[in-house]
Design a protein around this ligand. Sequence first.
Ligand code: RB5
Length: 149
Amino acid sequence: MKIAIGCDHGGVELKEEIKKYLFEAGYETKDFGTNSNESCDYPDYAILVAEAVASKEFDFGILICGTGIGIGIAANKIPGIRAALCSDTFSAHATREHNDANILTIGQRVVGPGLALDIVKTFLNTKFEGGRHQNRIDKITEIEKKYYK
Ligand code: RB5
């Protein structure tokens, strides 16, 4: 499974923790930056990871910023991306089962590293349920088609 990962300056330390886990667990991972604590703009990294996932080159993306909010809002502008902000494992499980989320966003200033790793593990190990949920995903795709011309 191939994972694209990125962050802004508010997520550098947590990204390193997550990368370490992904490496040890055997995931193929590409880091799209940033790798510095210097202030930067989260949309610049959101688009890199979101395009890598939307193109199907990567199975999933993980994006981290201070809150996980801004970077997720930016990622969700790319057609085909369903980025979900998770601060608990229940949401991580539910967003995979119900929303077929393909990017997980986390706030480094919101959750500690132990919980963040549990969220990552839950997200990557939960399958989409399909069925009635597929119909809803299809409706999201229809909204994209209406507004992205
Ligand atoms: C950066 O200070 C911060 O605004 C950013 O990491 C994120 O929390 C935005 O949503």
